[in-house]
Design a protein around this ligand. Structure first.
Ligand code: ARG
Length: 291
């Protein structure tokens, strides 16, 4: 099982300190990775290798996470986690994980944490723990350019595609009733958008970043997006197994660091053209300002 032993926690903490010292001296080279630290190694000997954390992500959600031509998982979420991992002195390995069942992989210990544009919801908080928010989002509607849809309510009697079990699914289920046969549920958001292109559904509801990205990059699909004030603000968090406070604290500290030193804004600008309008989360008062 992958639960951290106290010793591993101490090793991680030691590495964290070593990493901070190193970065204070200049360039920080991540230590070579080994999946598991040998149980019997004396803590006083050479520093333990950084533990590799297995990170689950449903990599069909550009620009947050997707597979490029070479099969590498890339995106905003990936860069944020990599930058945070650098700060924490931990190694991360991203594993493409279907959205359906992604939360179970935490429960089973197959993934140490998840980054997947996951909206922090009260319901999900019952079964997993979330880091501080790292991104603000909302739902957005995609329709064909010639569509008459002007607001969310117009979707009441129409065929709407969603990704199963997402917050998009939730809002449409609320509008039409959970068992409405006009809700077409897909295992990925790109599949829902393909169906819109093919005319099988009248609209798709999903996170704004993903809809905007798709509309912009697929002019041939002749889509437009429709906003609605009725959509509640959402925030993304990294998810860990419920009770894994060690990892949660490590990730929160690292997220705060990349927000404080401008790394987060740099990544955000790279993907969205401009820095975020306001901090994604209530910022802690300049905690670790010392360099
Ligand atoms: N933010 C939405 C939710 O949490 C959708 C996330 C889907 N993410 C993905 N990688 N497919 O429900």
């Amino acid at each position: 099982m992958t639960s951290l032993t106290t010793r591993r926690f101490l090793q991680t903490a030691g590495l964290l300190i070593a990493g901070l010292v190193l970065s204070a001296c200049g360039k920080q080279e991540p230590p070579a990775t080994t999946a598991a630290a040998p149980e019997a190694s004396a803590p006083a000997a050479a520093p333990a290798p950084a533990r590799t954390y297995v990170v689950g992500t449903d990599a069909a959600y550009a620009p947050f996470e997707s597979e490029n031509e070479t099969g590498t998982i890339v995106g905003f979420d990936i860069d944020v986690v990599k930058a945070a991992a650098d700060k924490a002195g931990i190694e991360v390995k991203f594993v493409n994980t279907p959205w359906e069942g992604i939360f179970n992989t935490l429960q089973q210990g197959d993934r140490d944490f998840l980054v997947s544009a996951i909206t922090i919801t009260e319901e999900r908080k019952q079964s997993m723990d979330f880091t501080d928010p790292y991104f603000d989002a909302r739902q957005l509607i995609a329709v064909k350019q010639n569509s008459k849809v002007a607001k969310f309510d117009d979707l009441k009697k129409l065929k709407v595609g969603v990704q199963t079990g997402t917050t998009g699914d939730e809002v449409v289920s609320k509008l039409q009733g959970k068992n409405s046969t006009n809700i077409k549920r897909f295992e990925s958001t790109p599949l829902a958008l393909k169906e819109l292109e093919a005319g099988g559904v009248d609209a798709v509801v999903a996170d704004n970043g993903v809809i905007s990205n798709y509309v912009a990059n697929n002019p041939g699909a002749k889509f437009k997006s429709v906003t609605d004030e009725a959509f509640q603000p959402e925030q993304y968090g990294l998810a860990v197994k419920k009770g894994n406070t060690e990892l949660l604290n490590t990730l929160n500290k690292a997220l705060a660091e990349i927000k404080a030193d401008g790394t987060y804004d740099r990544i955000y600008t790279q993907y969205f053209g401009a820095p975020p309008a306001k901090p994604a989360a209530a910022e802690a008062p300049a905690s670790a300002a010392s360099k």
